[in-house]
Write a protein that binds this ligand. Structure first.
Ligand SMILES: Nc1nc2c(ncn2[C@@H]2O[C@H](COP(=O)(O)OP(=O)(O)OP(=O)(O)O)[C@@H](O)[C@H]2O)c(=O)[nH]1
Ligand SMILES: [Mg+2]
Length: 428
């Protein structure tokens, strides 16, 4: 049955696109739109008779299998606005289409073999992307780079399964130690490749959500001033009274292709004031959870610490010429000195490597889960190969193969497929 949905956001807009997919979608469209385009893939202006009014719109159709879903498809580009869109959709429903469910266009593309599961997820990642780094990661999924890798790993596992099955078919011939060693080595190699993929999770998280940066330090060192300087506008209250900032304060900045999520925090000091103490607790929690702590000081940096950059602030008043440490940046929040250098340093810490710039990293929790499950099963094989039965190992290898297949969807059950697509938005 043909499905129909609004593919652009609901509300007022210059143009709204209503999409229809299914075998009889061209027939339905011909009943309401004239003159109907003479050939596919051409956008034509015409009249769309909704019954309520005649909408001057544009129409394009695509013939199966050369369409997004692989089915016949029609798109109407009408004037934006909910009354228009509602009538357009209604007349299509009256002529035999039904409302699409969430993700149903993508699901049909998957079922018709136009895209595999991770490719369709790539489309969603691109739509949801807030930074160009996240767009690139989505494009990589859509280009099937992860799909190809997981299929290649599956192929290797199939070879392993074949080998172990020989042993199952001829149980009287004990699997030689040599063969077992080989199996162990090959399994370990596949494990290493999975590990390599999983090692990109952090970069993927940063591409998708940004770098969480806590701005911390003692009171009055210029944390809030630094936040304002980084953002380029006055976000936080600044004053010469120690203990100005109490609550945590979030602000975002897009630098190059990546989002920086700054959190300004209360200055850390001994205090009897309950509110301030609560603020300091929050500051400590923020530091703990952050990807990076900018620890602001007016004077000597402390000892080197994990995920910490020391910001030696107030350089307009303090001489830092004797400090020469990799984990220090000299700034004056007041005079806007060292601020660009600081941004660049943060960027380089997280985004400088090739994996990040190529966008080939894991950004989707489902893919991470599939890889982790495959990893677990293969680890069991490697750890127990010499003290377990061959069929037990074969079973674990099969499970790993199946977990990897869920990435592209070949081994995913209908239930899983339905669940994934139902999370997509309407019209997608
Ligand atoms: N000379 C100079 N003064 C600065 C600089 N940065 C901040 N200040 C001043 O230092 C004082 C404290 O600045 P804030 O930004 O409020 O410091 P804070 O660390 O957020 O302070 P709390 O919120 O109280 O912990 C203010 O008077 C600022 O104007 C700087 O680079 N140079
Ligand atoms: Mg402050």
């Amino acid at each position: 049955m043909s499905i129909v949905a609004l593919s652009t956001p609901a509300g007022r807009s210059a143009v709204a696109v209503v999409r229809m997919s299914g075998e009889n979608s061209i027939e339905i469209a011909k009943k309401v739109f004239s003159p109907f385009p003479k050939s596919p893939n051409l956008l034509k202006v015409g009249n769309l008779d909704t019954g309520d009014f005649v909408e001057r719109a544009m129409c394009v159709y695509f013939e199966a299998p050369k369409s997004f879903t692989g089915e016949n498809m029609v798109e109407f580009h009408c004037h934006g606005g909910m009354a228009i869109v509602t009538s357009v959709i209604q007349v299509l429903l009256d002529n035999g289409a039904r409302m699409a469910q969430n993700g149903e266009f993508s699901k049909r593309a998957f079922i018709n073999g136009k895209m595999n599961l991770s490719e369709t997820e790539g489309v969603i990642e691109m739509i949801d992307a807030e930074t160009t780094a996240a767009v690139k990661a989505g494009e990589n999924l859509l280009a099937n780079n992860l799909g190809k890798k997981s299929v290649a790993l599956q192929d290797k596992l199939l070879d392993l399964i074949a080998k172990t099955e020989v042993a199952l078919d001829y149980p009287e011939e004990d699997l030689e130690e040599q063969t077992l060693l080989e199996t162990q080595k090959e399994t370990q190699e596949i494990l290493d490749e999975i590990e390599k993929l999983l090692s990109t999770v952090k970069a993927g998280k940063i591409a998708k959500y940004g770098i969480d940066v806590a701005i911390a330090g003692e009171t009055n060192v210029g944390k809030s001033s630094l936040l304002n300087a980084l953002l380029g506008y006055d976000r936080a209250i600044v004053s010469s009274t120690a203990g100005t900032t109490r609550d945590t304060l979030d602000a975002h900045l897009t630098y190059k292709d990546t989002k920086f999520n700054f959190v300004d925090t209360a200055g850390i000091r001994q205090t009897d004031n309950e509110i301030e103490r609560l603020g300091i607790d929050r500051a400590k929690k923020t530091m703990k959870e952050a990807d990076l702590v900018l620890f602001v000081v007016n004077g000597k940096p402390l000892a080197q610490q994990e995920k910490t950059l020391y910001v030696l602030n107030k350089c307009d008043e303090i001489d830092y010429s004797n400090v020469n440490r990799e984990d220090c940046v000299v700034t004056s929040a007041k005079d806007n000195k060292g601020i660009e250098e600081l941004k660049e340093k943060i960027y380089k810490m997280f985004c400088a490597d090739e994996i990040y710039s190529s966008g080939q990293m894991l950004t989707n929790a489902r893919h991470v889960d599939c890889l982790n499950r495959a990893k677990e099963k293969l680890q069991i094989v490697v750890d127990n190969l010499f003290c377990t039965t061959v069929d037990c190992s074969a079973l674990n290898i099969r499970d790993a193969w199946s977990a990897l297949g869920e990435i592209t969807g070949t081994t995913a059950t209908e239930e899983i497929i339905d669940r994934i697509y139902s999370k997509f938005c309407l019209g997608k």
